[in-house]
Ligand binder design. Structure first.
Ligand code: PGA
Length: 256
């Protein structure tokens, strides 16, 4: 059984004070929902405060990106070693970083390897544009992203990696894929991982869906066999909504 994982990607929202207020408002409820892994990914500047507010709990903290170099003249960037001890997870290859910061498949691979080297768990995000989707090329495109991201990553690291399938046309648009569509693509991602690492490893990997997930459609996604959780933007920003998402995931997987 794969433990569901619900991660809130807060993007460029919440000051450190607002982030801590969110944690204080949700902590007691989230602690009761231990059948799923709960992760919050605040902006870098809020990480220390959120980490401190969650100390001693099993609610995990994640960063939204990481550089692959150990250190250097890379203005604005954060090295993996700087996140050690501060976060458990790091989102890598989110489509907004691919679109606005020029992150390529090759960089995603380097970032994932660097994160793993520092004991950070990558949440590797992949997903296609509307154009690719409408051309019927989603499986091939996402498959290539997966093969590139995992290039040279040994099977022994797989247990520390989560994949997030996020169709770009569904992110922040209110337009989500259907549960069945998402399940089919995520099934194809699992098949590619099985080809790379064997069925047993592929069956153990957790793959999330992301893109306009909210409490109203969470059950539809989480009741699909290949979908192991969600990477959530907008609906992760409100305490009640985030708690609901975790609760619905647990119910849909029959874990409550
Ligand atoms: P959204 O964002 O839930 O606001 O669509 C998802 C994401 O970008 O991870």
């Amino acid at each position: 059984m794969r433990t569901p994982i619900i991660a809130g990607n807060w993007k460029m929202y919440k000051t450190p004070q607002e982030a801590v207020a969110f944690v204080q408002a949700t902590k007691a409820d989230l602690l009761k929902l231990a059948a799923a892994e709960r992760v919050v990914c605040p902006p870098y500047v809020a990480l220390p405060a959120v980490k401190a507010a969650l100390d001693g709990t099993d609610i995990a903290v994640g960063a939204q990106d990481v550089h692959w170099e150990e250190e250097g003249a890379f203005t604005s960037q954060v090295a993996p070693g700087m996140l050690e001890g501060l976060v458990t997870y790091v989102i890598i290859g989110h489509s907004e970083t691919r679109a606005y910061q020029g992150v390529t498949d090759e960089m995603v691979n380097k970032k994932a390897k660097a994160a793993l080297k520092h004991g950070l768990r990558p949440i590797i995000a992949v997903g296609e544009s509307l154009e690719i989707n409408e051309a019927g090329d989603t499986e091939a495109f996402v498959g290539n992203q997966i093969r590139a991201a995992f290039d040279g990553i040994p099977a022994s690291d797989l247990a520390h990696i989560v994949v997030a399938y996020e169709p770009i046309w569904a992110i922040g648009t209110g337009k989500s894929a259907s549960g069945e569509q998402a399940n089919a693509i995520i099934g194809s991602i699992r098949a590619i991982l099985a080809g790379l690492y064997g069925q047993e490893h592929a069956d153990a990997m957790r793959i999330q869906y992301g893109g306009s997930v909210k409490p109203g459609n969470m059950a539809e996604f989480m009741s699909q066999p290949h979908i192991d959780g969600a990477l959530v933007g907008g609906a992760s920003l409100q305490p009640d909504s985030f708690i609901d998402l975790v609760r619905i995931a647990i119910e849909a997987k029959g874990l409550s």
